[in-house]
Design a protein around this ligand. Sequence first.
Ligand code: KG4
Ligand code: ZN
Length: 367
Amino acid sequence: MYILGIETSCDETAAAIVKDGREILSNVVVSQIDIFKEYGGVIPEVAARSHLEAMLPVVNKALKDANLTWEQIDKIAVTHTPGLLGSLLIGTLTARTLAILHDKPLYPVHHLKSHIYANWLTGNQPEFPLLALVVSGGHTQIIRMTKHNQFEIIGTTRDDAVGECFDKVAKILGLPYPGGPSISKAAKNGNPEKYKFPHPKLSSPLRSSIKNASSLAPSVPSPSLDFSFSGLKTAVLREVQKAVNKPISYPSHELKNLLTEQQVADFAASFENTATDILIENLKRALEKCPDTKSICLAGGVSANELLRKKTARAFSNVSAVFFPSANLSGDNAAMVAAAAFYEIESGVPPTDPYKVSLAPRSPIDK
Ligand code: KG4
Ligand code: ZN
């Protein structure tokens, strides 16, 4: 089955063709990073206009690279939630029009499902039950799956997403957008133990669905599996203010000139060390709650982080199989959209009427 995937949820215009949910025949991504570097972040209106310009050439190139014609495409899949509304509009309207024009079944796909299914596109495949740590610019969640296309959120962020936290700390340190790769690069020359930042202690009970899940260990005490990253961002800001001896507020372009290169490196390394430790600690707790877990999957843009990959492999590979998407599939792309759609179809999900595709800037994966 050949599925054409389309992705435009944020600042990447992408189209890909995947055979049977596994084999990537083409994977075209046009990134708007160079545009948004100048502004230090995504401007939704500009992102939508850029998608409009790039969309049709990107779809054409995906067909050409795969050496396929429209007659050979079986289905079309497109990201319809969550994301920037203007960006989602361009991708979904394109997919709807192509589905009507070429008479193909259309599958709107949830963006986080796609990130998780990027793990099915390289080498061995994860086994169920699994825990997915979804870490992106907009989300930080631990999701349990007991079979294909079934998702239970067992931990989620109560404030900022971890990717957002990387981006904001990068701004504090005067590092370029996107913050994740910039922080990692700067951290290479820094001391991860130089600054100690607190870990959030979230002690409220777990959500009821988890407490009641019969497959989970029943009598383990219940620390929360939720995350909080806004405190970490503030802690970095306070420490930076101390270092430069000025109460500069966030975001400030002044800081860049007040910190030495070594200080930036030490802050970046200490922050990256703390942020990844927080993720690993919660994942460990989730594994205690779900002792039947066979695979652990990282998913989303932050899963490109090398330190996070190393720590995950070190912490879990003796208890469960650990999966990461390959480097070019960690960030936003359309191959993962086609893969997610394949497993939705296999699970019996029917196509959607192309005249009635819903859009939502936010919506949970388990609804
Ligand atoms: O999945 P993604 O490409 O888009 C969303 O769905 O949000 O994730 C983007 C996020 C950004 O916050 C970016 O800074 C972060 O992923 N990111 C990283 C790395 N590469 C990208 N964070 C940490 N380390 C990286 N190497
Ligand atoms: Zn994403």
